[in-house]
Design a protein around this ligand. Structure first.
Ligand SMILES: [Mn+2]
Length: 262
């Protein structure tokens, strides 16, 4: 029934890698990821850490991996020219580069060819924002954060800016924030797999737990969050990293952030 018993055909999810390429590769090794498996990266592969573009290219070059758009890829798409040209004059350029750690990605992006830039941007613009997948009869909804019915399996370039913005930014955990959202997940039958807010922050501010060191998936009913806080980087002083989740049996594989070689 479940392929992983024989070492074949498992489906994994991970989110919020935030440029931590070495941690990403270490995680793939830890789960024994093979060509028969599938991996969904549920947004925010880029920014803050140094190797976001490298992660995007790695995902794009593997047929059994895909990216669901996060707010960081959304900001990038709305910052730089879609034709791979120089500069940044999009509506999100300021919040991306100067308030959300996009500058590291922009620097890395500056080192690839115009052709490679166009390829990456074209690929990003055709990624899905909400993805529904069925695994052994269980319906999973993969979204970076929020859910809007009717947007399932739609690509970024098929949705409006405002719709994508709500899906990738709004969160029930960002209390007091202008992207704070209603807890709507219980109204639906899917198991939601999301990222966007580090689990350590949820355990602290939403659960009132003062332990920053839980690199564990957070569950709230049918809403799962697997953002392990790679955004905080290496040597953060807390137990942060990536949480790979095997959807077949909901087994977690936590991977603390490892040092970058560069
Ligand atoms: Mn995010």
């Amino acid at each position: 029934m479940m392929g992983w018993i024989d070492g074949i055909m498992s489906v994994y999810a991970v989110s919020d890698l935030h440029g931590q390429y070495n941690t990403f590769i270490k995680g793939l090794e830890k789960i024994g990821f093979s060509d028969a498996d599938t991996l969904y990266v549920i947004g925010d592969a880029i920014d803050r850490g140094p190797d976001g573009i490298k992660i995007l290219r790695y995902i794009r070059e593997h047929d059994n991996m895909d990216l669901i758009l996060g707010n960081h890829e959304f900001m990038m798409l709305n910052s730089v020219p879609a034709d791979g040209g120089p500069g940044f004059d999009g509506v999100d350029a300021d919040i991306w580069l100067f308030f959300n750690g996009g500058i590291t990605t922009y620097e890395e992006y500056g080192n690839i060819s115009v052709e490679q830039k166009k390829t990456i941007l074209g690929w990003l613009a055709t990624r899905q924002v909400i993805k529904i997948i069925d695994i052994n009869g269980t319906e999973f909804c993969l979204t970076h954060s929020f859910y809007i019915p009717g947007c399932e399996n739609k690509r970024y370039d098929e949705l409006t800016y405002d719709t994508v913005s709500h899906i990738v930014w709004d969160s029930i955990y960002r209390t007091g924030d202008d992207t704070h959202a209603e807890d709507i997940y219980g109204n639906y039958d899917h198991i939601f797999v999301t990222g966007h807010v580090p689990v350590q922050r949820i355990y602290m501010s939403y659960e009132g737990d003062d332990d920053y060191n839980r690199l564990e998936m957070h569950r709230h009913g049918n809403l799962l969050c697997i953002d392990g806080g790679c955004a905080l980087g290496y040597n953060s002083g807390i137990n942060n990293g990536a949480i790979f989740l095997r959807l077949d049996d909901l087994k977690e594989f936590p991977v603390p952030v490892v040092a970058q070689q560069s």
